[in-house]
Design a protein around this ligand. Structure first.
Ligand code: HEC
Length: 114
């Protein structure tokens, strides 16, 4: 397989998993959802090292959505050795669906970089 074919297959797979929702995220709805996240990630998603919660502001919305999907499906944060991932995994469960993930990612995108 040519590299280009592999790359476009990967891009299609990524599109299939996030759909067009990344563009359709509603920051106003995401703001309400983010209230919980702010407890660990900070009000401006600036991150909180004491809680091992990384900065999210400035991060790509599609990457945030993908990580939330990974946490929710158990791809990430289920190995007992993944201490910090296991703290985050239950948080992804409060986001009911892909739309909620897109909404919260859209809100994070509006936050200032610090
Ligand atoms: C109890 C504290 C806590 C809360 C609340 C919390 N998180 Fe997290 N989050 C973490 C920790 C700790 C990590 C780091 C996990 C790791 O090291 O793998 C993390 C990681 C993440 C990541 C992965 C970042 C990356 O670069 O891979 C995303 C995205 C994320 N959180 C989003 C959210 C969202 C959205 C919410 C609200 C629905 C939220 N978090 C609520 C603690 C929290």
């Amino acid at each position: 397989m040519k590299l280009q074919t592999i790359l476009s297959a990967a891009a299609l797979a990524a599109l299939a998993s996030t759909g067009a929702l990344a563009q359709g995220g509603d920051p106003a709805k995401g703001q309400a959802l983010f209230a919980t996240c702010a407890a660990c990630h900070g009000a401006n998603a600036e991150g909180m090292e004491a809680l091992n919660a990384p900065k999210l502001s400035g991060q790509e919305d599609w990457y945030i959505i993908r990580q939330l999907q990974n946490f929710k499906s158990g791809v990430r944060g289920t190995n007992p050795r993944d201490t910090y991932g296991m703290q985050m995994a239950p948080m992804a469960q409060i986001l009911p669906d892909d739309q909620a993930m897109a909404d919260v990612a859209a809100y994070i995108k509006t936050l200032p970089q610090q």
